[in-house]
Design a protein around this ligand. Structure first.
Ligand code: SDX
Length: 428
């Protein structure tokens, strides 16, 4: 497209500018559409609508490409760590040693929750879902940092580090509470992911020494989840940030959006699906028949994606990691065998092939988390821990954009037209 497009409305041509991204994506800029024509566009789930320009993550769904700030996900998975990648996403460049040390130091300095926060945990019933606790406690945490509400730019590094560090502490504390166990405080001597496992699985009398392969597998899972362009929860974070709400409020809203089984909740839904198939002694074929017949609106959880119409590159990496970790831990999981069988059938079945449905990031991640002892209702919480740097990077991009305005979509009204009020007597 050569910089403009022409639209004909009621026989009248109007010219609209186009925007071309650094990877050649073309957007039609409709900012003047309503003022020029009185018409708006309608795209309910935003499948064809760009909400923003962003320099953080690039996805090519047709080719199965995912890049964080220009670095391919497979290379980062092989050579980087979650915290180094978090810095890259938020600040745009891979850190120098000094920058990485400073960032790690901020994470360590902010890993403890205010002691007053511990009482908030007591208010939740033992059956509370950890995602409900997480979204509430992130907002509660903001109350202990008054300069967060009217944050100045120079405060951002502290708030960002505090959120990345404390989301992990809140998650571990919520798990310990659900298990009826005492909270385990973070250790300043441990790196991010090892510290999380320490807070999850140590005991007052005995420190958990997580195996290096377990730490590496979980760090990789966090890294692979760290950002993903304008997905549902990240778009939620940007929407809340656009009203100039604070970082913690925006992230708390992101947690709520991520919880849905069509989004981040899918990793838990995949394991529930595999367990149900296993319990019924089905090898997956019966279940897939029900999915294809849309019996009870069944879906093959962990399959399909709004953007990837080819393999989700993260699923490829996680599947390889799955085999490796289970072999290292000498774990054989019948659910993994069922997952592989489902994938093998689906990849050759017309229903899935014609709809371009492939495994996504959630299809295998739960199996690794289960193998390292993470309970199922914590799976989406770990997704949130991984996604936190991406949400923070998108929050920062909104705040740093001088042209950023409050998000306020339009609608097409389909309700009753004007009518006059009828007194109750006339309505009976
Ligand atoms: C994540 O956006 C992101 O980037 C998200 C994410 C991230 O990192 O942030 O990648 C993380 O959320 C991954 C997706 C996790 N969700 C699931 O695994 C849930 C199962 N997947 C589906 O619900 C679905 O594929 C979605 C929600 C992921 C995508 O839905 P779309 O794009 O709205 O697709 P659709 O519902 O319009 O489906 C088109 C067709 C329909 O059939 P027909 O009406 O044409 O007959 O495909 C069918 C759907 O019924 N279909 C499925 C299916 N996914 C789509 N059929 C069976 N099983 C599935 N999983």
């Amino acid at each position: 497209m050569n910089g403009t497009v022409e639209l004909i409305i009621d026989g009248k041509p109007i010219t609209l500018p186009t925007v071309v991204g650094t990877e050649g994506e073309v957007g039609i800029d409709i900012a003047t559409l309503r003022s020029k024509t009185g018409a708006i566009t309608l795209d309910p789930a935003y499948g064809n609508t760009g909400a923003c320009k962003s320099a953080i993550t690039f996805i090519d769904g047709e080719k199965g490409v995912l890049q964080y700030r220009g670095y391919d996900i497979a290379e980062l998975a092989q050579k980087s760590t979650f915290i180094e990648t978090a810095y890259l996403l938020i600040y745009g460049e891979l850190p120098t040693s000094a920058q990485l040390n400073e960032f790690s130091g901020l994470l360590t300095a902010n890993e403890m929750l205010h002691e007053g926060m511990r009482h908030h945990f007591e208010g939740f019933p033992p059956t509370a879902h950890p995602m409900a606790i997480l979204s509430s406690m992130i907002n509660a945490a903001s109350s202990y940092h008054p300069n967060l509400i009217h944050a100045r730019e120079e405060h951002f590094p502290f708030h960002a580090a505090r959120l990345i560090s404390q989301v992990r502490t809140i998650a571990a504390f919520s798990y310990r509470k659900a298990q009826g166990l005492p909270s385990i405080y973070p250790k300043t001597t441990l790196k991010y992911t090892a510290n999380f496992l320490h807070m999850m699985f140590s005991h007052p009398g005995e420190d958990c020494e997580p195996k290096p392969e377990v730490v590496k597998a979980l760090d990789l899972i966090f890294l692979l989840h760290a950002d993903h362009e304008q997905n549902c929860s990240t778009s939620t974070v940007r929407m809340v940030a656009s009203s100039r709400a604070n970082l913690f409020a925006s992230a708390s809203a992101g947690v709520c959006a991520l919880w849905g089984p069509l989004h981040g909740g899918a990793n838990q839904a995949v394991l529930e699906m595999l367990e149900e198939i296993h319990k019924e002694g089905d090898d997956g074929t019966k279940f897939l028949t029900a999915v294809k017949n849309k019996t009870g609106n069944r879906k093959l959880m962990g399959f399909g994606h709004r953007v990837y119409k080819n393999f989700d590159p993260r699923a490829v990496i996680i599947k390889e990691q799955c085999d490796k970790v289970l072999a290292q831990l000498h774990v054989s999981d019948p659910l993994l065998d069922i997952a592989k069988k489902l994938e093998e059938i689906a990849l050759h079945d017309e229903y899935f092939v014609s709809r371009r449905l492939y495994p996504n990031v959630d299809f295998y991640s739960g199996i690794i988390m289960r193998a390292i002892g993470i309970p199922m209702d914590m799976f989406t919480v770990l997704f949130a821990i991984g996604r936190m740097p991406g949400w923070i990077a998108n929050f920062k991009e909104v705040m740093d954009d001088p042209e950023s305005r409050i998000s306020r979509p339009r609608q097409i009204y389909t309700g009753a037209t004007l009518r006059t009020y009828k007194p109750l007597a006339e309505r009976d």
